[in-house]
Design a protein around this ligand. Structure first.
Ligand code: FAD
Length: 487
């Protein structure tokens, strides 16, 4: 039998790797178990024939002054990870105007409101100074709301909060497509509190941090930190069951046997953890009903490309029209086969952040992403990438001749690298539990579950923010919570 641990963490995604490293740093003896060969969860970076790939596109928001910076500072590992944010016009937009004309702009990743940025908005969206003044008023509100005012907005949908400002349709399209990309949920039910907090972080810290060597690098360093400081880190180690004795979570079972710990923290998703790993018999029927009713974010489907030339001319490229951003009605339309003229596409180009990801100078690695259902069995991912490809080929007709490798992915692959599908329609979510009204703030599931000794970490509980930032934020909060409970 293994020695006892203070804490066992199930899963080394950004939530799990963060909490495991922070608790190790606090002097706890930690076991970190990961079912795949690598840390990073949905942001794993893998090696294929010398090319370093993001399994799914990933960049950090905010780019500067993020929870990631705090994490590497606290752990004293900043020298093992290099953060990079490209200078100059590293972001581009491809916007299809109502006239059918494609318009392109180039911008820095951290916008400052400089006159040339305003000129670029006037040109690409056909807006005037009055329209920009309306947008400035909205951003002034974003930056000045108090914490109390923000809390009230947990219960307000973002579209309802935005509409009274009277934004020009094209500017509304840009903001809504940005929010879809950040949260992967319908803008009408996206909690305004979450949206505003991240928009504020974007203004202050910019969007688009990358980690040299791959976005998953910080998770790898955190996992290694556990092993280097008296804990254990095991890959290819799937937790099959959480062991419960006398109404308390006391250990986990893997192929290698049972490992006992005083606290179990799961990064495997709240639904798989409660309903399958621990088992519904350990919870009240009300709690089970609540867990079953939680709505996942959508999935993101797409292509990973390796290209033998520089086809994409920026690090981040959203492609959209006024029909592309998604609320409930538009997404339901897509599910029923009624697609917009341009599906909302987010292109990340990791080699524009870190050219060393490619062994061949000038080769490009890119991720083209489009929204689809979280249901691993839905045919929507395939249809989404088929439609995205039509638009991509229209914009970059030379692309086809330069493809060295092209790998499609969708909800099934996301589920394989992160959480099991334990309920119909769930498992392939790109983020986690959707950050919609009724599931954020006071209404978000508590990271401390009703089963003594069992905690949740990652995007389902304990954190705020967009994507990986939320997972790391959760790691910080859950580490403090568990440390206090164990003291
Ligand atoms: C295509 C795509 C693009 C995205 N783009 C961005 C982006 O640009 N920026 C951004 O910030 N976010 C992005 N996200 C979202 C981001 O990846 C997630 O929100 C975040 O990584 C989730 O972290 P997590 O800790 O909650 O869990 P996960 O990443 O899901 O990690 C869970 C971990 O637990 C492990 N696990 C599960 N079950 C078990 C078990 N039984 N035993 C052992 N281990 C187990 C999994 O293997 C995994 O490693 C994107 C997501 C996708 C899919």
């Amino acid at each position: 039998m293994e020695d006892d641990f203070d804490v066992c963490v199930v899963g080394a995604g950004y939530g799990g790797a963060t909490v495991a490293a922070l608790l190790t740093h606090s002097g706890r003896r930690v076991a970190l178990l990961e079912k795949t060969p690598l840390a990073g969860g949905k942001t794993q970076t893998i090696d294929r024939k010398g090319y370093r790939f993001e399994m799914f596109g990933a960049v950090g928001i905010p780019a500067h002054e993020s929870r990631f910076h705090e994490l590497v500072d606290v752990l004293g590992v900043a020298d093992r990870v290099t953060f990079t944010v490209p200078e100059g016009d590293a972001a581009s937009m491809r916007y299809k105007a109502a006239s059918g004309e494609w318009r392109t702009s180039y911008n820095p990743l951290r916008q400052t409101g400089a006159p040339e940025e305003m000129a670029s908005l006037r040109r690409i969206f056909g807006v005037n100074d009055d329209d920009l003044a309306v947008m400035a008023r909205m951003y002034a509100a974003v930056l000045t709301l108090t914490d109390e005012e923000l809390e009230i907005l947990d219960d307000v949908g973002m579209l309802d909060w935005m509409r009274p400002f009277g934004l020009h349709k094209a500017l509304e399209s840009q903001i809504c497509m940005n929010l879809n990309t950040l949260f992967v949920v319908p803008v009408n039910r996206l909690a305004a509190s979450e949206a505003i907090l991240t928009m504020r972080q974007q203004v202050i810290g910019g969007a688009g941090r990358y980690h040299i060597g791959g976005y998953g690098r910080v998770a790898e360093v955190c996992a290694d930190y556990v092993a280097e400081h008296g804990g254990i880190y095991r890959t290819r180690s799937r937790v099959k069951r959480i062991v419960v004795e006398d109404g308390r979570a006391v250990g986990v079972e893997t192929e290698e046997g049972v490992l006992r710990a005083r606290a179990i923290i799961s990064n495997a998703g709240i639904q798989p953890t409660v309903l399958r790993l621990a088992g519904r018999e350990h919870f009240s029927s009300d709690y089970i009903k609540r867990i079953e009713s939680l709505e996942p974010s959508w999935a993101i489907a797409g292509f990973r490309y390796v290209l033998d030339a520089r086809i994409f001319d920026a690090a981040l490229i959203p492609v959209f029209s006024d029909q592309s951003w998604l609320d409930d009605d538009r997404f339901a339309g897509m599910e029923a086969g009624d697609w917009p003229d341009v599906p909302l596409i987010a292109i990340d180009v990791p080699t524009e952040f870190d050219p060393s990801l490619s062994p061949e100078p000038g080769h490009q690695i890119a991720n083209c992403q489009v929204f689809s259902s979280a249901d691993p069995d839905s045919p929507m991912s395939e249809e989404a990438i088929r439609r995205a490809e039509i638009t991509i080929n229209e914009l970059w007709p030379e692309l086809e001749e330069h493809i060295l490798r092209k790998e499609p992915y969708g909800a099934k692959q996301i589920s394989g690298l992160s959480r099991d599908s334990v309920l119909p329609g769930c498992g392939g979510e790109a983020v986690g539990i959707a950050q919609v009204v009724g599931q954020v703030g006071r209404s978000k599931p508590d990271a401390r579950t009703p089963l003594a000794g069992l905690y949740i970490v990652g995007c389902d509980a304990g954190g705020r923010g967009a994507g990986t930032h939320q997972a790391v934020d959760s790691g910080f909060h859950v580490a403090s919570m568990v440390d206090a409970d164990l003291s």
